[in-house]
Design a protein around this ligand. Structure first.
Ligand SMILES: [Zn+2]
Length: 314
């Protein structure tokens, strides 16, 4: 899948979006969504999270969804795991990329998983060791995710040096890639450019880094622009901005996949994604939603005059 795009747009709706809404999609409904979006040229989709079903019934069928998604030609299938048990399940299901997330903010990590960030980094090392001990899992990529990297609802500001410390800790323990997330929508473009510039300075250019922005305060795509400027070439987004923001009812949450693709393509950056195909996928998704709201402006406004929509790459 390499070299078909300048920027990789990574869909996280089937995990991030679905875990934040009431509707529980059937496995069949999820697969209709995932298949159509892959056909539209989205090369990487985070299809679920290996958490206990009681905790998130919306994602209880993740193993099944992974099993079916890895049959889709050319699709990179990603999932999140909260701990070693989840990682074992994720690897057994055949997930291509396992994401392990921790909060850079100590207070947020304690509130979320009741342990320190350092303890989460140690847990990460155990996941790497488990993967390395199983030859059949050698091709599974493990990503270190840093939540609340731009601010935290409990402790407010999160210093860049804390992000760098966690990033270096993860890389030292074998992370093959990093994800930096503005979990609560606190980031501004200047901060984003500073953080990624410092991060690349600290870790070099060889480790792939993806960014995860929220549009809670309307700065999502401005933050993408700033991150692009600093060198980031992979962005996570949710089709239709699914999920909204749990802290601000009615506000959008994750940046919107189709708006992101439109912005990148309008700037002349190839994504390999077909916008008409994305809009069709959005309709498929909405049919399963029981009226829960979606977000995004491209779906409402359509393409500007003279704007050429790229054909799908498949
Ligand atoms: Zn998110």
């Amino acid at each position: 899948m390499t070299n078909k795009y300048d920027v990789l747009v990574s869909e996280v709706g089937p995990r991030d979006g679905l875990q934040s809404i009431n509707t529980v999609f059937s496995t069949k409904g999820k697969m209709q969504w995932i298949k159509r979006e892959a056909e539209a040229g989205v090369a990487k989709i985070q299809v679920g999270s290996f958490v206990p079903p009681k905790l998130l019934p919306q994602l209880a069928d993740t193993a099944d969804v992974v099993n079916q998604s890895i049959q889709i030609h050319g699709l990179n299938v990603a999932a999140l795991v909260p701990n070693l048990k989840g990682a074992e399940n994720g690897m057994a299901a055949g997930t291509h990329q396992i994401g392990v997330v921790m909060s850079v903010s100590e207070a947020h990590n304690q509130a979320n998983v009741r342990c320190s960030t350092q303890q989460s980094i140690d847990q990460f090392a155990k996941i790497i060791a488990f993967r390395n001990a199983h030859l059949e899992y050698k091709d599974i990529v493990i990503s270190g995710g840093m939540a609340t990297a731009f601010g935290c609802t409990i402790s407010g500001k999160v210093p860049i040096c804390d992000v760098l410390r966690v990033a270096e800790g993860l890389l030292k323990r074998g992370a093959q890639r990093l994800n930096v997330a503005d979990t609560v929508g606190y980031a501004d473009p200047k901060q984003v450019r500073n953080l990624f510039t410092e991060l690349y300075r600290a870790i070099g250019d060889d480790i792939p880094v993806s960014a995860h922005f929220h549009d809670t305060r309307g700065l999502g795509l401005a933050n993408v622009f700033a991150a692009l400027d600093a060198g980031v070439r992979e962005f996570e987004a949710c089709l239709g901005g699914l999920g909204g923001c749990p802290y601000a009812p009615g506000a959008s949450g994750n940046i919107v996949t189709e708006d992101l693709v439109f912005m990148l393509e309008a700037m002349g950056l190839s994504t390999g994604v077909n916008l008409d195909g994305l809009l069709e996928t959005r309709e498929i998704m909405e049919r399963h939603l029981n009226g829960e709201p979606t977000h995004g402006t491209f779906a409402k406004a359509g393409r500007p005059k003279g704007f050429v929509i790229k054909p799908a790459i498949f």
